[in-house]
Design a protein around this ligand. Structure first.
Ligand SMILES: Cc1cc2nc3c(=O)[nH]c(=O)nc-3n(C[C@H](O)[C@H](O)[C@H](O)COP(=O)(O)OP(=O)(O)OC[C@H]3O[C@@H](n4cnc5c(N)ncnc54)[C@H](O)[C@@H]3O)c2cc1C
Length: 302
């Protein structure tokens, strides 16, 4: 079936933007994951829509990814098509206090452009290693800011291949969630609304946040950031530390010694190691504190 999908895709997408049997450890910040049958790297709205149509008419599962920084792909990989919205979709323009950008640009890059244009309000996002599309889909946030504070509108592709322009209200953005994930939409581009500020102050704030991250997070090791969502009234990292799980290892997956909210790959960890560790943490925290930890990391594949 995948040969037919591949041939069908070739009708619409340049061969150089379609990969077969693509190892997913190359595309995830965890550096873990077996091969995807096919990976498409679309470069335009038209290519995205055609990819969705090809998958649908061949009843082929597909999954949308950005920079893979909140993603765990299982060891035998993904059966179907991974649509990676990255470098090929990273154009942007600035007009007054608004930034219009395609979804594949890195948040860190976009925050830098905003700072150089003396636009304030995006500093919180400068150290989040994902794409704009991934951040909008997850309503990513840090240091008191969230994407929903700065998004004006978002253009999405629906699973039927239709284009819709949604206002921030219609995006239903909540804690690490939005309508994008619930409805299986693909974020193609969006408008960010910031305010005029002082370039030096903005850049100082970005540096201050970067310093905080460096001292608190295990950035020297592969991970997908916070493994769990923040449970109401608690911090996942504190619960895990109080449960005595700091440094606990299964295979080469470890509860970070620097920040217990992170599961890290010490090198060569399998997805099985990470999943077993996640399940162990959830069991222990539930028994000790009666709190259900919900993974923030998306787990896909087989
Ligand atoms: C060291 C480290 C620190 C981090 N710190 C933070 C932090 O402070 N705050 C925070 O919120 N997160 C943080 N993260 C997690 C992660 O960077 C964010 O969740 C980010 O928004 C994910 O973006 P991505 O492009 O990597 O998405 P991916 O990991 O590729 O995908 C994540 C989810 O978004 C969906 N998605 C991605 N792109 C699109 C698109 N174009 N259209 C529709 N859906 C899409 C995917 O289907 C998936 O469900 C951190 C991760 C790391 C490794």
């Amino acid at each position: 079936m995948m040969d037919i999908v591949y041939q069908d895709l070739l009708e619409y997408i340049p061969e150089s933007s379609i990969k077969q049997n693509e190892p997913m450890d190359r595309h995830t910040s965890f550096r873990i994951g077996g091969p995807a049958d096919i990976m498409v790297l679309p470069g335009s709205l038209e290519e995205i829509i055609n990819t969705v149509h090809v998958c649908r008419r061949n009843s082929c599962p597909y999954f949308i990814m950005g920079n893979g920084t909140n993603l765990l792909v299982k060891d035998r990989g993904y059966r179907g098509v991974i649509v990676k919205i990255g470098d090929n979709m990273s154009n942007y323009s600035i007009d007054g206090d608004k930034i219009y950008s395609q979804a594949g640009i890195l948040l860190s890059t976009l925050s830098g452009h905003a700072a150089r244009a003396s636009l304030e309000g995006m500093e919180f996002a400068s150290g989040i290693p994902g794409t704009l599309g991934g951040a909008v889909a997850m309503n990513a946030g840090a240091y008191g800011g969230e994407m929903k504070d700065i998004v004006a509108w978002v253009r999405v592709i629906t699973p039927d291949g239709d284009i819709r322009k949604l206002t921030v209200g219609e995006m239903e953005m909540g804690y690490r969630t939005s309508i994008v994930q619930r409805e299986g939409y693909l974020v193609a581009d969006c408008c960010i609304k910031l305010s005029k500020g002082n370039r030096e102050e903005i850049e100082e704030k970005i540096q201050e946040y970067a310093k905080r991250r460096k001292t608190k997070q295990p950035l020297h090791l592969s991970s997908a950031g916070s493994t769990f969502k923040r449970p109401p009234g608690h911090y996942a990292g504190k619960l895990i530390e109080d449960a005595g799980l700091k440094g606990m290892r299964i295979g080469n997956a470890q509860v970070s010694e620097m920040h217990c909210g992170f599961v890290v790959n010490l090198g060569g960890a399998s997805a099985r190691d990470v999943i077993d560790l996640i399940n162990h943490i959830r069991r222990v925290v539930k028994v000790k504190f009666g709190v259900e930890l919900e993974p923030e990391v998306r787990i896909i594949g087989e």
